[in-house]
Ligand binder design. Structure first.
Ligand code: ADP
Length: 393
């Protein structure tokens, strides 16, 4: 049985096609610059990467091209082979505590959440509508980034602001990257050889967050009402004092939207280094002696360490720390710096194991008080698995 997972962004569309009998990804691809000039796609299939520049003025056309190429590249013989499509959805508010079949009711709810994720939700909707048009009979499932964090206790999700804001507008911590956390949580019992555990999971990609998890249940997470807070990220600031906003608005004669844009797109690694949002460039800068790249590196490490320390206390100890996503899986230098700062908790690094990039491996030494692992995430497979289980019901 074949299931497709879709992640639609404002100008992009990622897909993965899985054979669920074997849980293998048959083909995957990335359609970029959709709605813009110079649009192109890449499709990976049977070890090859196919790239084509093709005009994609909107998401409907991107999906039409995707489905056409699945046939012309002989990846599938007929569209009927695709029995379900799972969509990564940016926000499920407080209502969606798990993935759900995409129905008219879900679509209405989802549209009403647009204010909560104004950049992502309209793009997700375009993705759903494009698939619905091209494959009108296929069952579709929505997999929410926020669902995993719905188990948070009120003391963790409430902000100490006028309570009315929560009651009237749903101002609370929602948390993100939930699909990735769920995937990692499915791996942890196998890694530890037991079902009961306390874990601190560091999802460190361009967007980065950390979660404290007990026996698969989320206890706390670093992102909040939106994904701009928590640890420092590629272009997002992470936690800052909100009074900086009106101060900069006055000084720079900027609107609130412009300052928020600075916090979302011009801060983090990019903001501090003034050269790049990509960790690889930052680390190259560190090696070449750039003081600002060193500052960006050190600040990132510090914010991650602070959250790990907080969650260690919140969980009353930890059995395991997992590193995942692009930076977490690959940036051995960042992992090393983070783990060294945790030595007061008894964390010890296995230098040799830590040199491995992008593979599941234990990176703590045998005398470490907390097991530390690199665990590659697979959000796409998680989406496909949710889709399979919901369309089978
Ligand atoms: P997202 O999915 O949020 O866009 P990713 O999970 O792809 O982000 O992570 C992107 C981050 O991972 C970037 O900062 C990038 O520099 C870092 N990264 C990717 N590959 C490597 C590598 N080989 N070594 C170090 N960092 C890497």
């Amino acid at each position: 049985m074949k299931i497709m997972s879709i992640n639609a962004g404002s100008s992009s569309l990622k897909f993965s096609l899985f054979e669920m009998d074997t849980k293998t990804c048959i083909a995957s691809g990335y359609f970029e610059r959709v709605t813009m000039e110079g649009s192109f796609y890449t499709i990976k299939y049977q070890g090859e990467k196919i790239r084509e520049e093709v005009d994609m003025p909107n998401h409907m056309i991107a999906v039409e091209i995707l489905l056409d190429r699945l046939g012309s590249l002989d990846i599938i013989q007929s569209l009927d082979e695709i029995e379900g499509v799972g969509h990564r959805l940016a926000h499920g508010s407080s209502k969606y505590k798990s993935s759900a079949l995409i129905t008219d009711e879900l679509m209405e709810d989802f549209k009403s959440y647009t204010e909560l994720a104004p950049l992502h939700i309209p793009a997700n909707i375009l993705g759903i509508e494009a698939i619905r048009k091209a494959l009108p009979d296929v069952a579709m499932v929505g997999v929410f980034d926020t669902s995993f964090h719905q188990t948070l206790d009120v003391t963790k999700y409430i902000y100490p602001v006028p309570y009315e804001w929560y009651k009237k507008y749903g101002i609370r911590k929602y948390g993100f990257h939930g699909t990735s956390y769920r995937y990692i949580c499915e791996q942890i019992p196998r890694l530890l050889g037991k079902d009961e555990y306390k874990a601190i999971i560091c999802h460190l990609g361009s967007g980065a967050s950390i979660a404290a998890v007990k026996n698969g249940k989320c206890i706390d997470t670093s992102m909040g009402f939106t994904p701009v807070v928590g640890v420092m990220m590629g272009t997002r600031s992470g936690d800052i004092d909100p009074s900086i906003l009106p101060f900069i608005m006055k000084k720079e004669d900027k609107t609130i939207e412009e300052v928020m844009d600075d916090l979302n797109k011009k801060s983090g690694f990019l903001g501090l280094s003034e050269c790049s949002n990509d960790f690889r460039d930052i680390y190259k800068g560190v090696q070449e002696g750039s003081e600002q790249c060193q500052l960006a590196f050190d600040k990132f490490v510090q914010t991650v360490v602070n959250y790990i320390a907080t969650y260690y206390v919140e969980l009353d100890g930890a059995d395991v720390i997992c590193f995942t996503a692009g930076l977490g899986e690959n940036a051995s230098e960042a992992r090393c710096a983070i783990m060294e700062k945790l030595s007061c908790l008894g964390v010890r690094l296995d230098q040799k194991a830590n040199e491995v990039r992008g593979e599941e491996i234990k990176i703590s030494s045998d005398d470490s008080s907390i097991l530390c692992f690199v665990v590659p995430t697979n959000e796409e497979l998680m989406i496909a698995e949710d889709t399979l289980s919901l369309i089978g019901e």
